[in-house]
Design a protein around this ligand. Structure first.
Ligand code: F6P
Length: 547
């Protein structure tokens, strides 16, 4: 394995560096469109319901051809096929990476160590569906016989962000008779605010943790159990009010949850890729099993596209390659994701974990330090709000920030005619921003508007800010699945090119270990060995103020 060449040493990488040098300063979007207006049609790729327009990127045919050659040379296609086959491509944890099996059809055969995992996936989905139906119909009651009206998901990271994001995204499709809350932070305020107006007798807790050892989740779940027992005063209530989503039956039992109330998944599902496993139970209760399966179908549409579409029309591949172009050849350090949908308000936060936990790495798959940039900082909020906050910096600041603009042709069903009519204005903003970012406004254009000369430099928009515009018909469960899978595979492509393991997350371990070690110093003033002078001073200041 150690003879795998570093990506930067490959001739395909050097060819891109030369190409960049030839086209500096960056290719200009005005010139690119003037030379070839057809790029508005040619640089569009379709997958499922998504129309992905990448014409406003600082690339031409030659750039794209060179990027595709880099993908071939770095083994992206071979690695993709190995992932779909269930090979142990998560090398540092020696695990298969098979979130794609979670949305495979019932008759698919995907083997891990010679065992077909698809029947187990569907068995759990079927159990989840049965449970979700019982909660939604009122058949499953709490310990005192009351109907369950509140569902509280306790989890963190991938065991929170996925269901919380998807619940918001698909809110229009949820059962409005049920209240859903998502508790993640070990700050007791999170649980307090989630529970303060709920009736314990009507509340179901879903404890979501792949490992069932995560301190935030176990602490919150323990407090939630105390809250319940304080109200109902009978240990047997736990069986009616707590279910677990985990890979760790032993720890679930230790916590006091009967494994009959556990929905399992497997070590080949990464936390940040787990929404469509048992981790999605809260979402399934919210939208119902049929809508959940529609979401899985959406994931599958993009999986099949990623696996089979030709390279030059392969959406996740192209998006990944464009990111590599900016990250490694044009020195962009971040990537903005700007949805023009209130329902996607948590989408970028979800992608932050997906992308930054996957590709925030500085050792390659052979353990050598990387001498090239890996994952970008991913950030953003719904676009219209961002326009009145940080878009200023994107338009007129000094940084190159590639961005994805995501919008829908129709408002979600059920918004009503009056509010639905606001949709054109929302989308006008998306189109206007894409245009302004790409083409800006020149000094001559500013002058032609009669702006006084001393103000002209301040009113010029340099333009040339690259964007991808993702347009879908409507934010349905299937479309949400398509969007998530699109980004999952984009992240995969980039990790493959950078020769890093996108499926481990050792970088979160040190903080966890140190937090456990330092806690006694805070609570009892214990003399914790190994505290550095800076942390020791902070702990002392904290204890002084806490008195
Ligand atoms: O600490 C990072 C992490 O391991 C994430 O990868 C994961 O999604 C999160 O913690 C929660 O882990 P678990 O589901 O095991 O509680």
């Amino acid at each position: 394995m150690s003879d795998v060449p570093e990506p930067t040493r490959r001739p395909e990488w050097t060819a891109l560096e030369d190409h960049r040098a030839d086209t500096l300063p960056h290719p200009d979007l005005r010139a690119l469109f003037a030379d070839d207006p057809s790029r508005a049609q040619r640089y569009v790729v379709h997958v499922g319901d998504l129309r992905i327009d990448y014409s406003r990127h600082l690339v031409g045919d030659e750039t794209l051809a060179l990027l595709l050659e880099l993908a071939g040379a770095t083994g992206v296609f071979a690695q993709r096929d190995a992932m779909f086959r269930g090979e142990r491509i998560n090398v540092t944890e020696d695990r298969a990476v098979l979130h794609t099996a979670l949305r495979a059809p019932r008759d698919a055969v995907i083997e891990v160590d010679g065992e077909n995992v698809v029947p187990a996936v569907h068995a759990v989905l079927d159990r989840m569906a049965g449970f979700a139906a019982r909660i939604r119909s009122g058949e499953w009651t709490g310990h005192t016989g009351k109907r369950i009206r509140n569902v509280v998901n306790i989890g963190i990271g991938g065991s929170d962000l996925g269901p919380a994001m998807a619940y918001e995204a698909l809110r229009a499709h949820t059962d409005r008779g049920l209240t859903f809350r998502f508790v993640s932070n070990v700050d007791g305020a999170d649980l307090h605010e989630a529970l303060r107006d709920l009736d314990p007798g009507e509340t179901l807790f879903i404890v979501a943790s792949k490992t069932f050892t995560t301190i935030e989740t176990i602490t919150n779940a323990t407090s939630a159990r105390a809250w319940l027992l304080n109200a109902v005063g009978d240990e047997r209530a736990v069986a009616r009010h707590f279910v677990a989503l985990s890979t760790n039956a032993g720890k679930v039992t230790d916590f006091g949850i009967d494994t009959a109330n556990m929905f399992e998944f497997w070590d080949w599902v990464g936390g940040r890729y787990s929404l469509d496993s048992a981790i999605g139970l809260s979402l399934m209760i919210a939208i119902g099993p049929d809508r959940f399966r529609e979401m899985l179908d959406g994931f599958r549409i993009v999986d099949e596209h990623f696996a089979n579409a030709p390279a030059e029309a392969n959406a996740p591949l192209l998006m990944g390659l464009l990111g590599v172009w900016y990250n490694n050849f044009l020195s962009a350090g971040s990537h903005a994701v700007l949805p023009y949908s209130h329902y996607l308000s948590k989408f970028t936060a979800y992608l932050q974990q997906l992308d930054m936990e996957s590709n925030g790495k500085s050792a390659d798959r052979q353990g050598r330090p990387v001498a090239w940039q890996t994952g970008p900082v991913v950030w953003g909020t719904p676009g219209t709000n961002g326009q009145h906050a940080y878009y200023q910096l994107i338009h007129q600041g000094t940084k190159l920030i590639p961005a994805d603009l995501i919008g829908f042709a129709r408002p979600v069903a059920g918004l009503g005619d009056e509010l639905g009519a606001q949709h054109d204005l929302l989308m006008a903003n998306l189109f206007a921003q894409g245009q302004a970012l790409a083409f800006g406004r020149t000094a001559d254009e500013v002058r032609a508007e009669g702006v006084p000369e001393e103000q002209v430099p301040h009113r010029v928009f340099r333009g040339n800010h690259p964007t991808t515009t993702i347009l879908a018909t409507e934010l349905t469960p299937s479309v949400l699945g398509q969007l998530i899978a699109l980004y999952e595979h984009k992240v995969f492509v980039q990790g493959a090119i950078w020769n890093i393991d996108s499926f481990d997350q050792w970088g979160v371990e040190l903080g966890k270990v140190l937090a456990k070690r330092v806690e006694p110093a805070l609570t009892t003033g214990a003399d914790v060995p190994g505290l550095d002078p800076s942390t020791a001073a902070l702990v002392a200041a904290y204890r002084e103020r806490r008195k």
